[in-house]
Design a protein around this ligand. Sequence first.
Ligand code: GLN
Length: 231
Amino acid sequence: MVGSAFADKITVACDTSFPPFEFKDPETGKHTGFDVELWDAIAKKIGADYTLQPMDFNGIIPGLQSNQVDVGIAGMTIKPARSKVVDFSDPYYNAGLLILVKDGENSIKDIKDLKGKIVATKLGTTSADFVKANSGAKEVKLFPNSDAMFMELMAGGADAVMFDSPVIGDYARKASKGQVKVVGPLYQGQSYGIAFPKGSKLVTKVNTALKDLRDSGEYRTLYIKWFGSEP
Ligand code: GLN
C-alpha cells in the first residue's frame, strides 16, 4: 500500500530545523527537541509505533493531504486556511513573531523600519505571510529551512530576519555575544498545533494524551527542559 495511513507504524513529520522544537543533534545525528520529545510522550500514551521523518516545513501539509505522513509536529501555527485542509490538535504552545538584526544595525527598531529593507524568513510560514503583508520590505527572501535563513542575515544578504519568537530567542541566546539582537515587540500572537490528515482518528486520542501530559506535569517538565521557563 502506498503511504502509511493504514500501516501499523505511523509516519510523523517534523521540520528539519526549528530549534528548540526540532533540530539535528550534532552529536547523535538524530533529531531532538521539544516537539520530538512531546510527540514521543504522546506516542507512548496512545501506544503508537512511529517513524520520525524530518522534512522542509513547506512539504508537511502536502504530505498530510496526500496521506504520505500521518502526523505533522513542527511548531505549526493553527490558522483558518490550514484548518480547511488538515485537522489540528488542541493548541500546545503559544508564540508570536520577532525581528532579529545584527548587533551593529541601528536603523531597524520595529516593523516600520523594515520598509525598503531585505527581510529573510521561511517559505510557507505565517512569518512569510506577515512580512509580505505588513512590512513594506523591498525584498522578502524565503528559505526552505531556518538555518539558511539565519545564515543569510549573518552573511549580510538580509537586513533582518522575522520569524517565530521561540526560534529567534533560541538563536539569539546561542549566538556569540554582540552578534545579533532582537528589536521591537512581539507580533502576531499564534498557537501551535499538531496536524493530521482531515478526518484522522488520531486527533481525539492525541488531545486526550496532551491533556493527560499536562495534568501529570510531564508537559511542564519538557517545557522547562527546552525553553528554560515555566509554561
Ligand atoms: N509557526 C510557523 C508556521 O506555522 C513556522 C513553523 C516552522 O517553520 N516550522 O508557519
